[in-house]
Every structure is written in structure tokens, then in C-alpha cells.
Ligand binder design. Sequence first.
Ligand SMILES: [Zn+2]
Length: 166
Amino acid sequence: MALKSPKYKKVLEHCSYVFLFLGVLMFADMDYSYDLLLERVWKVLPEKLKKHERFEIPEADAFIEGNVTIIRNFNEITASLMRSPEHIMKYVSTEVAAPATVDGSRVIIQRKLKKQVIDEKIKSYAAEFVICHECGRPDTNISELEGQKIVKCQACGGWWPMRRIK
Ligand SMILES: [Zn+2]
């Protein structure tokens, strides 16, 4: 395992929480019940860890109408990804090589597409533009560095240049 790899970082991070836990146990009065101990540990854990760690992207609620595909819950998907509908639409449109337009909470793609294909594209969008390339958390936002757009992680501080979608 390389010293700088995200995996190593994760292991280190987890180790530090184990020590934190042990520390709290050592200082705790032995009369405390286990539940109370847990409560104490919970109080000293950083906010980030308490959050629900699993990042869930809603599945596309899509259907084909004539020659077009309509994603009914596009607003829900973009909200979970915390990126603009236009940017996500541009990505999907380029990936499936078909024009797309945002229509209220829906998106209309000028091509017949299977739901699985849409789900895959949304997932690959998240992997490139949302989920941290360093620590794997979704707490990132778009920032700017020396005139270049970057994606920056709020959890670990990691960042990477944001690719321009053509
Ligand atoms: Zn990160």
C-alpha cells in the first residue's frame, strides 16, 4: 500500500478514531453503562463522521416517448449531486451523443435510451465531478484556482482540475 494512497489515509483516519474511542473509554467512569459511553464517544466525534456516509443518487425515472427519452426526476438527481442541471445535462448529452433540453423538473433527450444507460451516465458524472478523487466522499464543490475551475473536497481538502465538457 503506497503511503500517499487514499486507502492508506482512510486506514490512518480510522485508526485515529479507534484511539479516540479508547481514550474516551479510559477516562470514563467505570460505572457508566455502555450506552452512556457510546453517547460520550458520539459527542466527541467530528460532525462529518456522524453524517450518513452512503451517497445515494436517485435512479432515473425515465421513459421513452416516440424518439425521445424523458427523465422525469431530473431535478431530484441534480439536487442529490449538488451541481447545476445544465452542467449535468450537458455531460449526459455529450455522452449519449444526442441533444438534450431541461424542461422544468424534467430533461428531454433526443434519442431512445434505456434507463440503465442513463443511470450509468449519471454515476460516471458523479465519479468525475462530485465524489472526491482522494477520499471518496461526496462533500465537494466547484471552486476556482488561478482562473481554472476545480472540484474541491470539503472533507479532506483534496482537489482536481474540472474537465471542460465540449
Ligand atoms: Zn476528499
